[in-house]
Design a protein around this ligand. Structure first.
Ligand SMILES: CC(C)N1CCN(Cc2ccc(Cn3ccc4ccc(-c5n[nH]c(N)c5C#N)cc43)cc2)CC1
Length: 243
């Protein structure tokens, strides 16, 4: 998968050189390019913003630098219609389902806005050669798109085959089956007077699986009842429907 990120703060994306995503880049599983938007300006001050038409607080990102940057990226990978992800407080909310969907794409481009956002005409212009998707990390306000891109690239990148060492660990984690994950423990079995659940020492895989499923359901019901409500009844066994 090829990924391109455009930002006025390219150094903000440096964490994508670390850990699993960094190794995936070294291994050639992810072809990630970060671009500085100011490289696509031509004035002495490398201007990327201006005052909003209609008045109001703050500044808006100018269209031309974005069109030059996105056009350059599209030209570098002519064969495929890239998906342009535009982090925005007004976007569809990013979730694991969308992460899986985007992990199937061949080329993702991320436009990190700042200030009060990007001139809307950029998204209209980009729709000629990109599939444009405004996406929100969640219902809270950030100062720009970079943090959202760090989260999305990690969530999407780890779903690419070969990025996560043990693909089985992708199966039982939170949200992959619609429920939150069960509690996990490791040595020592007694820590500061606290024991681990005895069943985990039993070696009885059926009982362990049952314990874990029950705790997934309890944790999800307690912390995210909205996820329980969203699940189809067929998701639950007969006994679980009465929990
Ligand atoms: C009345 C008038 C003064 N209001 C002024 C604030 N407006 C909303 C507003 C608020 C902040 C920003 C800052 N910003 C610039 C680019 C950018 C990209 C993503 C996000 C972002 N925030 N939250 C998320 N989950 C995001 C994601 N993904 C925020 C961004 C941009 C825009 C609403 C209008």
């Amino acid at each position: 998968m090829r990924l391109d990120v455009v930002s006025i703060f390219p150094e903000y994306l440096a964490p994508l050189e670390l850990s699993l995503i960094g190794k995936a880049r070294t291994d050639g599983l992810l072809d990630l390019h970060v671009h500085g938007l100011r490289d696509y300006t031509s004035d002495r001050h490398r201007t990327v913003d201006d005052t909003p038409y209609g008045g109001g607080a703050g500044m808006v990102m100018k269209a031309e630098p974005w069109a030059l940057a996105l056009g350059d990226i599209a030209a570098q990978v002519p064969a495929r219609r890239p998906t342009l992800i535009v982090p925005s407080p007004a976007g569809e909310v990013f979730n694991q389902k969308l992460a899986y969907e985007l992990a199937e794409e061949e080329h993702l481009v991320f436009a990190c806005g700042r200030y009060e956002g990007i001139d809307e005409r950029v998204l209209e212009w980009a729709a000629e050669q990109f599939t444009v998707r405004p996406v929100s990390l969640g219902d809270y306000v950030l100062n720009g798109g970079e943090v959202a891109v760090l989260a999305m690239v990690e969530a999407i990148g780890r779903l690419i085959p070969g990025v996560v060492g043990n693909p089985e660990s992708l199966i039982e984690e939170s949200h992959s089956d619609g429920l939150l994950e069960y509690p996990v423990y490791t040595k020592p079995s007694t820590w500061r007077g606290r024991d681990i659940p005895e069943v985990l020492l039993s070696g009885n895989h059926g009982k362990i699986a049952k314990f874990r499923r029950e705790h997934q359901l309890r944790r999800t019901a307690a912390r995210r009842p909205d996820l329980i409500a969203a699940l189809d009844v067929s998701h639950f066994s007969k006994t679980e429907r009465n929990v």
